[in-house]
Design a protein around this ligand. Structure first.
Ligand SMILES: C[S@@+](CC[C@H](N)C(=O)[O-])C[C@H]1O[C@@H](n2cnc3c(N)ncnc32)[C@H](O)[C@@H]1O
Length: 214
């Protein structure tokens, strides 16, 4: 499955990258992630894509199955590795932080990816997550795109916010802080740049969190 998904992302790599340029939605998501505190090094983003979040947040390493996406991430100075989140090609306990932004929903086996994060993180290492909760208006918007056969979203499986929080706990992570943004409805002609709100809200289209390896 990951081959098909990474091929689909690879085909749109340049457009994907272009979407971020000067986009107030990206700026809002970034602010929600920055509100969680600094990313300690060394750090790995799984599903790094073209590296836009990794670069802006100061991640050192990026992993992705798509070489086309990684090529753009490498140009940003990130140390890039081709691979999948369910089987990380790294030794145990070497990273201070792991991150996954908009990637959890594209993993065939997210439980395994979280187990792998736990394995490669040092004791008390931090896991940063950013995702679209299914119950939010944005989650419903993307669900609709998925139903219509969108070339990327057709592969996504969006999860309810609480489902993700439960999964983290099950895999040995302790939630430290949450931050939400995208209270504006999806599809605005002129999207707004928003400040984050601490905590989780069902109406927010982006949940960001940091959890610690317990
Ligand atoms: C929606 S993009 C997110 C990219 C980046 N994090 C961002 O927010 O711009 C999802 C990424 O996950 C990658 N991906 C797909 N399956 C994966 C897997 N099994 N393990 C790791 N990454 C995967 C895709 O190639 C794609 O680059």
């Amino acid at each position: 499955m990951w081959r098909e998904i990474s091929r689909a992302f690879g085909e749109v790599a340049r457009d994907y990258e272009a979407w971020y340029q000067g986009n107030p939605l990206f700026a809002s998501e970034l602010r929600a992630l920055l509100a969680l505190g600094p990313i300690p090094s060394p750090s790995l983003e799984i599903g790094v894509g073209t590296g836009v979040f990794a670069k802006a947040l100061g991640f050192t390493h990026g992993l992705d199955p798509s070489l086309d996406m990684l090529l753009l991430a490498r140009q940003k100075g990130l140390l890039c590795v081709c691979g999948v989140g369910e089987r990380l090609p790294f030794k145990d306990e070497i990273f201070e932080a792991c991150g996954m932004f908009f990637t959890l929903c594209f993993l065939s086996r997210p439980e395994e990816a979280l187990e792998e994060c736990y394995r490669v993180l040092k004791p008390e290492g931090k896991l940063f997550l950013g995702f679209v909760p299914r119950e939010s208006p944005w989650g419903q918007y993307y669900e609709e795109k998925k139903r219509a056969g969108h070339k990327l979203y057709r592969f996504a499986r969006f999860r309810e916010g609480q489902e993700v929080l439960n999964l983290l706990k099950e895999k040995g992570f302790r939630l430290v802080k949450g931050s939400s943004t995208l209270f504006q409805p999806p599809g605005l002609k002129r999207p707004l740049r928003e400040g984050p709100r601490e905590g989780f809200f069902a109406e927010a289209g982006f949940w960001a969190l940091v959890a610690i390896k317990d």
